[in-house]
Design a protein around this ligand. Structure first.
Ligand code: PGA
Length: 249
């Protein structure tokens, strides 16, 4: 049985008091016990979020880290720093990091290695852009992203990887992939994993869907056999909406 996971991605939203308020509101909600719940907060809120969620079912993830563990990289944050404040999960490869901060799959492969060396669990994001889907290249694009960033890993390392398929055209646009489109791609992802590794590994990795998931569409998306949960942007900023999504399985 694969882990069901719902992770919020707050992106660059909420100040310190809003962050505290949202976490308090989430702690009041009853969240399905069989779903792993995470929130990826801005780096500046991580330490207080970790303290605030102690003894709760919510875990805290970082949205980014540098590939080096220390050094002259002004403005950056390392895996060891994250670990030292109790953060155990990292989002890597988000399409906004790829688009605005020029993160390539080659760079992401380095970040993946550093994260694993530092015993961080990884939520690895990837997905095609609109023009790639229009040209019918989406399956190839996704296969390549996985190959370049992750296929150097040993099978044993995959227990620390969660995949998050996020078609770029569906992020923050209000346009969601249809449940059938999500299922089709998730099945493709498993077939690529099975070809590179084996069937058992492909069946064991949780694959989340991200892109305009909201309470109104979560149930239908999560009901797809190869969808194991979601990465939630906008709707994770409201406790009611996020809790409704967590409880949508
Ligand atoms: P969205 O963002 O839910 O606001 O579309 C998802 C994401 O970027 O992870």
């Amino acid at each position: 049985m694969r882990k069901q996971i719902v992770s919020g991605n707050w992106k660059m939203n909420l100040d310190a008091s809003q962050s505290i308020e949202l976490i308090e509101a989430l702690k009041e909600k009853s969240l399905a016990a069989d779903v792993s719940v995470a929130i990826a907060t801005p780096a500046i809120h991580l330490e207080s979020a970790v303290k605030q969620t102690e003894n709760s079912a919510i875990s805290v993830a970082a949205q980014n880290m540098h590939q080096a563990t220390s050094g002259a990289f002004t403005g950056e944050i390392s895996a060891t720093m994250l670990k030292s404040i109790g953060v155990n999960t990292i989002l890597l490869g988000h399409s906004e990091r790829r688009a605005y901060f020029h993160e390539t799959d080659e760079l992401l492969a380095e970040k993946v290695n550093t994260a694993l060396e530092n015993e961080l669990e990884i939520i690895f994001c990837f997905g095609e852009e609109l023009d790639e889907r229009k040209k019918d290249r989406h399956f190839d694009v996704v296969s390549e992203q996985l190959r370049k960033a992750l296929f150097h890993l040993d099978a044993s390392q995959w227990k620390h990887i969660v995949l998050a398929y996020e078609p770029v055209w569906a992020i923050g646009t209000g346009e969601t992939a249809s449940p059938a489109q999500a299922q089709e791609m998730h099945a493709h992802i498993r077939s690529v994993l099975a070809a590179q590794y084996d069937h058992a590994l492909a069946q064991s990795v949780s694959v989340l869907y991200g892109g305009s998931v909201k309470p109104a569409n979560a149930q239908e998306i999560f009901a797809q056999p190869d969808v194991d949960g979601g990465l939630i942007g906008g709707a994770s900023l409201k406790a009611d909406d996020f809790a409704a999504i967590v409880n949508a399985f």
